[in-house]
Design a binder for this molecule. Structure first.
Ligand SMILES: C[S@@+](CC[C@H](N)C(=O)[O-])C[C@H]1O[C@@H](n2cnc3c(N)ncnc32)[C@H](O)[C@@H]1O
Length: 265
């Protein structure tokens, strides 16, 4: 077995696992934009990764700006676009903490960051910088759709999820562990193992990192501080007819955020 590090250096295997919900997510985002935003055609995807949602949005005729830290993920994103889609897409290498494009200022109809990617921002300062920076790019009626898991600090055991995917002849088994949250440091230790087996392959790609943690009160404070207000909340079922009610025990949340015009942030 060959050991490798960093799943984002292997976009095709990452997407075999996380690319399966793309059409449903794009449907959900478009409907959110119609109901809560402008329904307009300029989208932005911070940390767009290997571009599964960039491609899907461009296929639907939308204009998309996407950026990511990882050049390997961006290369995969560029490669997958047709020439016509490429004309509607602008991709760049940048960080969530400080991305800014003057051509997009006040012009974005919908920004989105799903699948807990926001939790890579490892401090309050970084999170506020990202949120205020993204708010600046939104139209006054634009929305930022942010999907991530809240943390139950009283949890007493680790969490584990397992998925199976396929890339050509290669089978991909993905195991993700979230360890116990370290409440004082506001982080959870994460570990992802991708086991890839095929005719000439037996790889274990192991990635470890920390995700920042938020409970309900912490996230509300953060949004307020960043000049954003929550317009609606859903969960990872992406069902527009089932918004998350007050005091829901579910921790997977999709926040629909709008610029708060009364905020001085
Ligand atoms: C879980 S993937 C999500 C990719 C894509 N949004 C999707 O839904 O498939 C997380 C991505 O975040 C990127 N990333 C992590 N920290 C980042 C940062 N500080 N700024 C920009 N990108 C970052 C990684 O390179 C990776 O491509």
């Amino acid at each position: 077995m060959e050991r490798r590090k960093d799943w984002y250096e292997h976009p095709e295997y990452y997407e075999a696992i996380f690319g399966t919900d793309t059409v449903r997510e794009a449907d959900f985002l478009q409907e959110l934009s119609r109901r809560f935003g402008t329904g307009g055609n300029q989208w932005l995807e911070p940390a767009c990764g290997a571009g599964r949602l960039v491609e899907e949005a461009a296929r639907r005729g939308l204009k998309v700006a996407g950026y990511d830290l990882s050049e390997a993920m961006l290369a995969h994103a560029r490669k997958r676009l047709t020439p016509a889609e490429r004309r509607r897409v602008k991709l760049s290498q940048a960080r969530m903490e400080d991305f800014f494009d003057p051509a997009l200022e006040g012009r974005v109809d919908l920004a989105h960051t799903l699948v807990s990617t926001f939790r890579y921002l490892d401090s309050e300062k970084a999170a506020v910088e990202h949120l205020t920076g993204t708010r600046r790019l939104l139209k006054p009626d634009g929305i930022y759709v942010l999907g991530f898991h809240l943390t139950d600090y009283a949890r007493s055991g680790p969490e584990h999820e397992r998925w199976v995917g396929q890339v050509g002849a290669d089978k991909v088994v993905c195991n993700t562990h979230e360890g116990l949250p370290e409440q004082r440091l506001r982080r959870s230790p994460m570990r992802n193992r991708l086991r890839v087996t095929g005719p000439d392959k037996d790889w274990l790609i192991e990635t470890t990192w920390y995700f920042r943690t938020y409970d309900e009160a912490q996230v509300k404070r953060l949004f307020r501080k960043s000049g954003l207000r929550v317009t609606a909340t859903f969960d990872f079922d992406y069902d527009l007819d089932s918004p998350v009610g007050r005091g829901s025990p579910r921790l997977d949340r999709v926040f629909v955020l709008k610029p708060d015009t009364s905020s001085k942030a």
